[in-house]
Design a protein around this ligand. Sequence first.
Ligand code: HEC
Ligand code: HEC
Ligand code: HEC
Ligand code: HEC
Ligand code: HEC
Length: 220
Amino acid sequence: MPQLFHRSANSISKISLAGAVLAAGGLIAFAYTMDRGNYITDVHVVKEQPVPFSHKHHVSDDGIDCRYCHTSVETSSFAGLPATEICMSCHSQIWSNAEILEPVRASYRTGESLQWTRIHDLPDFVYFNHSIHINKGVGCATCHGRVDQMPLMFKENTLYMNWCINCHRTTKVDFPDSTGSNGNKFYSIYEHFQQDLKNHDKDSITVKDIGGTECQKCHY
Ligand code: HEC
Ligand code: HEC
Ligand code: HEC
Ligand code: HEC
Ligand code: HEC
């Protein structure tokens, strides 16, 4: 019986089989990077803004404190974005004719605020409060990265749920001693932690221990 397929067909089918396996592998790898990659998470992605505002210039070169512009970060859930008046406190004197600052001057003239594109934006069903974190000594850079070195703003972390939870699991918290005559009775809810520490049942108390991974703390 004559050979139905030429001998080379064998290697062709091998090659195409290998090709198919590679393609499938490639697809999986692609799906994986898509899932974890910056395209989805927006991490390190710069967005277009009405004015190309540089944190690097204003914070590192000009030495302006974060709180000068993000005025409510220590006292409320919302850090706040600066009103046009804050920009104009300087830019009515310096760079006052620069083309690049025309949208700022226009906003000042018309009273219509600049529409900054949000970089960090949690879904509405998540509750986040800046002041809780700042007052417990978590610095801006821990969550936002080196903003002082960013020519244009980008997100350093995903802000995904596991990002919040991982920090709450590992970060230790301090609380005043409620025992003894000077003890603040408000903190007596923590009394069992004091006992655990004394008995060496635990060597530290984390945000998780005080309820920081309970669903209703972040979702109502
Ligand atoms: C305390 C003073 C001060 C305030 C407030 C301020 N700027 Fe500036 N800005 C400067 C200085 C100084 C420069 C010169 C840039 C440099 O350092 O090279 C500058 C430069 C700029 C430039 C030119 C590009 C650059 O970064 O070099 C833009 C755009 C700008 N500022 C936008 C803003 C906006 C928008 C606001 C309000 C959110 C603002 N600035 C608030 C002082 C200020
Ligand atoms: C001179 C005013 C000014 C100062 C000082 C300043 N910022 Fe900003 N910041 C802005 C403006 C304007 C925006 C909105 C435009 C943008 O995203 O770049 C902004 C945006 C941000 C955002 C992103 C907001 C969003 O959309 O999610 C973060 C985070 C931030 N700033 C953190 C900081 C930190 C941390 C510091 C101090 C190291 C700081 N800023 C200092 C004016 C300022
Ligand atoms: C524990 C992490 C954490 C720390 C610390 C932190 N931020 Fe944020 N920041 C966030 C998250 C999460 C958001 C998004 C909030 C949202 O979308 O509701 C955000 C949003 C912002 C915004 C956009 C406006 C807003 O409030 O939603 C600015 C501006 C900002 N942060 C500035 C700062 C500055 C300045 C500091 C330091 C003084 C700081 N942040 C410290 C996590 C943090
Ligand atoms: C870098 C660490 C860190 C990250 C990231 C972080 N947190 Fe926290 N969180 C803390 C600390 C520290 C406290 C303060 C605990 C205390 O001592 O009361 C806290 C407290 C809280 C509380 C109050 C808990 C309570 O028991 O009352 C809420 C709500 C909260 N965080 C939400 C969030 C959300 C939502 C995110 C993510 C978007 C987040 N946190 C990310 C460190 C972090
Ligand atoms: C420390 C804060 C925090 C706690 C505690 C927390 N979550 Fe979340 N959760 C978040 C954040 C932030 C997001 C939004 C993530 C994003 O942007 O996709 C989220 C998103 C979700 C989503 C939407 C799907 C998703 O994964 O994006 C569900 C469902 C959810 N959480 C359920 C829960 C349940 C159930 C618990 C308790 C076991 C819980 N969460 C505890 C912060 C928290």
